[in-house]
Structure formats: C-alpha cells, structure tokens
Design a protein around this ligand. Structure first.
Ligand SMILES: *Cc1c(COP(=O)(O)O)cnc(C)c1O
Length: 369
C-alpha cells in the first residue's frame, strides 16, 4: 500500500538531530518556556517576515486565543460577526463560537477551494468585525483582495495558516498578510512537531503582549494575572523538534511541488478534475485534492490498487452534529466540494516511482465499471 503520508519516513530524515535535540532538552532540566521556545519564536517570526511569533499548545488554541486577545483589547465583543469559509476544517469555526462570536459562513470559489472575496463583500453587515480566511489545502486565499475589503470596511483579519507554512504571494508569506495568523504544527502539517504545537504570528506589539499573557494563565509577570488566561504553552521538547525541522521546510515544499507538478502533468482522466494553482509560490501542497463525481468508487478503486487516500473533508461544518442548529442551511458549493473531493498521496518523501504508479492507476480508473 502506498500510504497517504509517511510521517515515520519524514521524521527519519532528521532522526539523529531530533534525538540529539531531545537529549539536550532532557539534560537541561528546563521544560517549559525556555531557550528552545525563545529560539523557535525568533526563527519562525523571521521565516514568516513578522515581528513576533508566539508559541501555543496547538493550532486551535492559536485561533481561539487571538480572537480572545482582541476581545480583551476591546477590538471585538460577544455577538460580533466573523466571516469564515463554509468549507473549512471545523477548527476555524470552533474558534469563533468558543469566543461567543457569530460565524458568518461564506462560500468558496469551487476552483481554488478558497473563500470568494465577492461573497465576503455580500456578507458584510453593520455587525461584521473580522474576516477569518483559511489558506485551504496549502494555497493562499486571495489575500490582496481580502485585505482591501478589510481596509475598506475597517475589519480585522485573522489568517488560518495551519495548512500553508511557507506559501507566499508577491514575496509576502502566509502569516504576514493579516493582523494576525494562526499556525498549527500538528505532526501531519507541512511543518510538524512530534506532538501538538501551534503559534500566532503578528506585527502588533499589543496583541503579542496580550497573547503571551493569555497563553500563560493571563500572567505577564510571575504570580500577577492581567487576564483570566489559560495554559496553552508550546513545550521545550516540541520547540526543539521544530527548531530542527524549520530549516528543512523550504526543501520539503520543493519536494511537494515536484509531486504536484507530476500529478498535474500526468493525470488525464475525464472523470477527474485537477486542482488549479493561482501562482506557483502561493501553493505549498499540504494536500493534493482532486474532484470526482464518483468520488467514493474512485477511493475504493485506489484502495483496491494499493493507494491510500483521504477526504478533506467528508462533512461540511454546517452539516455537523456539533452545529445542529445550522443543519438545514444550504451552502451548495461547499456541499458539492465535500461530496466530490479526494486527496491523493503527497509528501516530501513520496518517491517519483510511486507517483508514476499512482498516475497510471488513476488514469486507468473507469467510472462506468
Ligand atoms: C489543523 C488545522 C487546525 C487546527 O490545528 P491543531 O493544531 O490540530 O489544533 C486549524 N485550522 C486548519 C485549517 C487546520 O488544518
């Protein structure tokens, strides 16, 4: 079976350095908020081109705490509307409802899978305060258009960059477009820790200060609490793993682009719609998503031929039990996407011979059988 993603092989590339870094942390006797985290925050901010990066426990917390910080700073209040794509991973929406803010679901462009700026304009009301675009599947949302809309309407922008580490447009990185950006370093993300981890990037001094306090019980100084914060810190061990892996991120993106290019050149089957790329540097191919009307039979066929695939995502957020109050609403583009998408194997260690094999198998899929 060709696996969808071989995490073991990805981390094996750096095994000796990872073990050495782990040993260093173990022997240091300092496990929380130490020099590994400081170093990673500096390195990651530099990578994204931002003034700050603030490590937190995971990507969901990065989103939740940023909205929370804006509430503490008086920029958002309960009931304010936040525009978010209707076809995102549910975490983007959970962060909004966790803060008692109102998610306004907006349909994507079916070709880019990313939120459609024209639909954002139509969704703005006098209660809209923020836009939460998601760089879905590794491709930057249309940030020039989104930032213009935000400027014209005085809205905050929180990028969900959990799938887009290293994507850029006009030399501006994911993480440096909005007022703040949330990253996840979940092991399967393009930059993955060996456990949970996340970060927020921003150029805003006040926001960075507030986030540093919020992640640490609301404390900016030991035993003094400015806010009723939470415990959401990025462990030294995970920061150390990320310090080893960050310098290799760009090489890994190049490997992913090679796989994507081979698929785009090689897959030729009338039953399958290939993803579109707006701009080469704007896509880091977190996943390679095709559309197929006979998606389930394509997935079964590939499994029977030794190719593991995944669906990102089978159920749209508004059809989830968690949001049962929205179950009757209709978002036809999102529903079509969720019914038709299939993610083929892609990753920095996937061999070109496996890619060729996958292309041959995909091209032999006969949807009439
Ligand atoms: C993974 C992901 C998250 C959440 O990250 P965790 O670290 O798993 O909490 C948020 N948004 C998107 C788009 C994601 O893909």
């Amino acid at each position: 079976m060709i696996p969808f993603l071989d995490l073991k092989a990805i981390n094996a590339q750096y095994r000796s350095e990872l073990v050495e870094a782990c040993t260093r942390v173990i022997d240091s006797g300092w496990y929380i908020c130490g020099s590994e985290l400081d170093q990673f925050e500096t390195n990651f901010a530099k990578y994204c081109g931002t003034k700050y990066a603030i490590g937190v426990a995971n990507g969901l917390d990065a989103l939740i705490l940023t909205l929370r910080a804006w509430k503490e700073l008086g920029k958002l209040k309960e009931g304010d509307e936040v525009i978010v794509p209707s076809n995102t991973y549910i975490a983007s929406i959970l962060a909004i409802t966790a803060n008692n803010l109102e998610p306004i679901l907006v349909e994507p462009n079916i070709n880019s899978f990313n939120i459609d700026p024209n639909n954002i304009k139509d969704a703005i009301t006098d209660k809209t305060r923020a836009i939460l675009p998601v760089h879905l599947y590794g491709q930057l949302a249309d940030m020039p258009a989104i930032m213009q809309i935000a400027k014209d309407n005085n809205l905050l922008v929180l990028e969900d960059s959990a799938q887009a580490h290293g994507a850029s447009y006009d030399s501006k990185m994911a993480g440096n477009w909005g007022d703040a950006s949330a990253f996840s370093f979940y092991p399967g993300k393009n930059l993955g820790a060996l456990g949970d981890a996340g970060a927020i990037t921003t150029n805003d001094d006040e926001l960075a200060k507030t986030l540093r306090a919020l992640r640490n019980y609301g404390s900016h100084e030991k035993y003094k609490n400015l806010f009723s914060g939470v415990n959401s810190r990025l462990d030294e061990i995970q920061a150390a793993m990320l310090n080893i892996k960050l310098p290799h991120l760009d090489e890994e993106v190049i490997c992913r682009r090679k796989v994507a290019e081979a698929y785009l050149d090689g897959i030729n089957n009338s039953a399958i719609i290939l993803p579109t790329v707006e701009n080469e540097s704007s896509h880091v191919w977190h996943v390679f998503v095709v559309r197929c009307k006979q998606r389930d039979s394509l997935q079964n066929y590939l499994a029977n031929n030794g190719v593991q695939t995944l669906i990102h995502y089978p159920i749209p957020p508004h059809k989830q039990q968690a949001y049962h109050e929205w179950n009757d609403q209709s978002y036809p583009i999102s529903e079509k996407i969720h019914a038709e998408v299939l993610s083929l194997p892609i990753g920095p260690t996937l061999s070109m011979s496996d890619v060729k094999k996958i292309i041959r198998i995909v091209n032999n899929f006969d949807f009439n059988v």
